[in-house]
Design a protein around this ligand. Structure first.
Ligand code: NAD
Length: 311
């Protein structure tokens, strides 16, 4: 199967490109390199340097004769979306429409969209883990633009028959993650610790997240590419369905580092969600997928990656 991965030179894209090529897919990355880089990919991986908003996209997709597109390219930062809602909408909504137009023009069979837990917004603790059927009430323009992009895929399916799968990722971590964007607490902590610096927890440290290793996201995307049509045209959460508090995270990082870590504490940040966890039952049943990476091993790989680049 030939697959175009938009945002393929970014953090998750770099894991997906490795996974697809190791598993026999013919994968090509497309990236405008504003955040991603050629170095995130291995030398023999094919990279098309282009913007998803470009008029060239239709020609690129038609020429490549792709069976599927995985659309990861996006504006990924909540803060940026609040500062520049129009920019966020152009990248995440108009960018997705341009991808869908190219898919329509070239008869691409399936498009996979990277969406996010932020599409749900703030959810009561009693409603965790969040199921895909939970109402979407985003609290940021980023969550809103992703949620709207999801609806565009559904409309393209109903109007033009292009199959889609929406994947709402929990907090993704792993090697090559940048310090901005979503779910960056692990990369921020690992980067600081690898450089011998202190880490700061904002709030009491009992806030939780559902941390999932990027390699598990890659296998979930691959499962979506090969899923039967009856499993398509719906949204799936990709998550571990496990809550980990920031205190627990720091304790595991201490084990990895070989010495206890004493974090600093700062004031709670306004707007931060306290507890977060996504249900993954639908993905297990519908895609035959499950996350495989234990947190400690995933953190070890991430820490060693940051140690490697700071040494
Ligand atoms: N990292 C997470 O925890 C997380 C959680 C939920 C959803 N997501 C989603 O997963 C996807 C990938 O995220 P990531 O963490 O790898 O981020 P990333 O910033 O590392 O990757 C995004 C890539 O897209 C590229 N890009 C941005 N705008 C582009 C454009 N207009 N044209 C072409 N390329 C463009 C960037 O250069 C970058 O390489 C995004 O859609 C993001 O919203 C990520």
């Amino acid at each position: 199967m030939k697959v175009l991965v938009t945002g393929g030179a970014g953090f998750i894209g770099s894991h997906l490109m490795r996974y697809l090529l190791e598993n026999g897919y013919d994968a090509v990355a497309l990236d405008n390199l504003t955040v991603g880089s050629r170095e995130n990919l291995l030398p023999d991986m094919e990279l098309i340097e282009a913007d998803v908003l470009s008029d060239r996209l239709t020609g690129i997709v038609a020429q490549g004769r792709y069976d599927a597109i995985v659309h990861l390219a996006a504006q990924t930062m909540v803060n940026t979306s609040m500062d520049m809602p129009r920019f966020d909408a152009e990248q995440n909504i108009a960018g997705t429409i341009n991808v869908m137009e190219a898919a329509r023009d070239a008869n691409v069979e399936r498009v996979i969209l990277a969406s996010t837990a932020a599409a749900y917004g703030d959810v009561l603790e009693t409603e965790l883990p969040i199921k895909e059927t939970h109402k979407r009430a985003p609290m940021s323009f980023y969550g809103l633009s992703k949620s709207v992009a999801e609806q565009y895929l559904d409309m393209y399916h109903k109007s033009f028959g292009i199959d889609y799968i929406v994947l709402r990722f929990a907090n993704v971590y792993g090697e090559r993650q940048g310090n901005g964007g979503e779910g960056g607490v692990i990369s921020i902590f690992c980067n600081a610790l690898a450089g011998g610096n202190d880490i700061t927890i904002f709030g009491d440290g009992e806030q939780t997240r559902d941390f999932i290793y990027a390699g598990d996201i890659a296998s979930g995307i691959a499962a979506s590419l090969s899923a039967k049509p009856k499993a398509a045209n719906v949204a799936y959460n990709l998550s571990t369905q496990t809550e980990t508090s920031l205190r627990e995270l720091v304790s595991v990082l201490g084990n990895i580092k070989g010495s206890p870590i004493i974090p600093k504490y700062g004031p709670e940040r306004p707007g931060d969600i306290y507890k977060s966890m996504l249900s993954n039952g639908r993905a297990k049943r519908g895609l035959g997928w499950r996350p495989m990476m234990p947190l400690e091993e995933g953190l070890r790989r991430t820490y060693e990656y940051f140690k490697g680049i700071t040494d």
